[in-house]
Design a protein around this ligand. Sequence first.
Ligand code: BDR
Ligand code: CA
Length: 318
Amino acid sequence: MSQGRRPIILDVDTGIDDALALALAVRSSRAELVAVTTLAGNVDIERATANTLAVLDWLGTTEVPVHRGASRPLVRPHVDAAYVHGTNGLGNADLPASVRTIGGDRGPAAIVRLATSRPGELTLVCVGPLTNLAIALNVEPGLADLLDRVVVMGGAYAVPGNVTPRAEFNVYADPEAAAQVFAAPFPRLTVIGLDVSHQTALPRAVWEATRATGSDPHPAATLVVEVCRRSFIERGMTGFYLHDPLALAAALDPSLVTTEGSTVAVALGGEERGMTWITGPGNVQVARTVDAERFLAGFYETLGLPALAVDQRTLHPE
Ligand code: BDR
Ligand code: CA
């Protein structure tokens, strides 16, 4: 780790909360953002990649390479989440388009190359469907031992899903990829499911206070204002779930969550598609509890948001 910073590859389908995870990775003094890989999920691959570049440019981070990855799930057609993220994936916020070029190799190839060139050093944080990681594992079965850690945002274990009554979006979008990743022999694989991410929403009151600050806030704070506007104003939400920032934060500070070593099964088809459940002990560290207060305090501080104390139980987020 350079100067105590954990080297991170962030795998995204940008997406509002993916954008906020990118902001956290860029701003955190605990993270060295080595590369970003993209894939189809919340939006199609072209849009996910364009959004990722635009967000990084907005944050003033033009040197981090962005590698375009999987354009569709392993087996199934692409499903998006425009109902949450807006048609452009960023809550219809109008960020300036980036003019820089993407990295020379594709997402899964970049993951394999970087993990091989820095064996045992890198943490891979996957906050979209698990397609890129499944492909990377397929072409480099030794990947599990080449990465220091993997943190995944995916699944709903003891709580309902958010796409169907049983399924969480990232697993639902590519269940075959999720099944392959959860069955791989990762020595350190942490999974952040809705069980914990549904305890960590950005309250509308914090967003409003950020917006009211007005004069020259940090680009990360204005990013929050822009990408959450649709959810809070047009859709009248009182909170926005910070699924992906929580996964990134748990990669930087594993003590934010407690976990249980589990074997995770994934339903591949039918009405149960994307359902995740624990079949017994195993190597997948499924998050059971989260210190939501400490996570939110760190998130606010790092992104330059006002630290208002809001009871999560009063929120109705999306
Ligand atoms: C996950 O699905 C996506 O819509 C979000 O970006 C997050 O990664 C939450 O279920
Ligand atoms: Ca995501």
